[in-house]
Design a protein around this ligand. Sequence first.
Ligand SMILES: Nc1ncnc2c1ncn2[C@@H]1O[C@H](COP(=O)(O)OP(=O)(O)OP(=O)(O)O)[C@@H](O)[C@H]1O
Length: 277
Amino acid sequence: MSGNPILGVDRLSMRFGGIVAVNDLTFNAERRKITALIGPNGAGKTTVFNCITGFYKPTSGAMRLTHEDGRAIQLERLNDFRISKLAKVARTFQNIRLFPGMTALENLMVAQHNALMRASGLTFLGLIGAPSWRNAELAAIDLARTWLDRVGLLDRADDAAGNLPYGDQRRLEIARAMCTQPALLCLDEPAAGLNARESAALSELLLSIRAEHGTSILLIEHDMSVVMQISDHVVVMDHGVKIAEGTPREIRDDPKVIAAYLGADEEEAIAVMESGT
Ligand SMILES: Nc1ncnc2c1ncn2[C@@H]1O[C@H](COP(=O)(O)OP(=O)(O)OP(=O)(O)O)[C@@H](O)[C@H]1O
């Protein structure tokens, strides 16, 4: 790792009554890299996302987002709205959360609500059709169309989001998040429900987002082909704790990781690895 983290998670814990969903978790996500957070069902991955994005207030611990100019923001002190606005953290959800009755283009315009509200002078400039407002609106439409094009949905711009095939809706969610021009893009199982061809296209899209926009990506994903192909760094959780981290290759060969996924003990896992199955 290069040592230029955009996100530093430090001793994060989250309890729900007697359940310790995340227990003393520490890791970094490097700038302009793809960091994957993996682990078996119930490991605590989505809870980590919910803490980073302000949906949950962590029981303890700190999460520092450092912008390119050195400005650091303690995420645990902010609510979700301010995390998205000030820290420029965007996310997608495990279950698609588009506005199904709005068109694909409208979904991407809604994502730019903050910028448009500012440009409208909190409505007044918009009402009188001031040039500054019209320019901002045109820029927002332009950005939305650029992202529709990037995810291959420009020809579906005027279709209701809810009528798009499942894989298209997943890509539209990513486009919507990118319209907020995030510094850190958090994706919760973006490949869920996709077929092999769609998963490969998703991998290409995420690699191009990293390369062309320099966006840092934090990814929860069960599809190991995607994780292995695109991740720069992988953090593995089990039962709320970090059990390993490293490159995809290091993780793939780590007996603790294999054991966690197989639900087997370490000896069994090594036997599985050595048998090459
Ligand atoms: N709001 C909540 N209230 C109570 N328990 C919760 C809550 N959210 C998560 N949990 C519990 O915390 C643990 C971790 O859940 P979490 O959803 O973070 O795991 P995960 O790794 O994302 O799982 P999956 O891969 O299945 O999505 C689970 O035992 C879950 O039941």
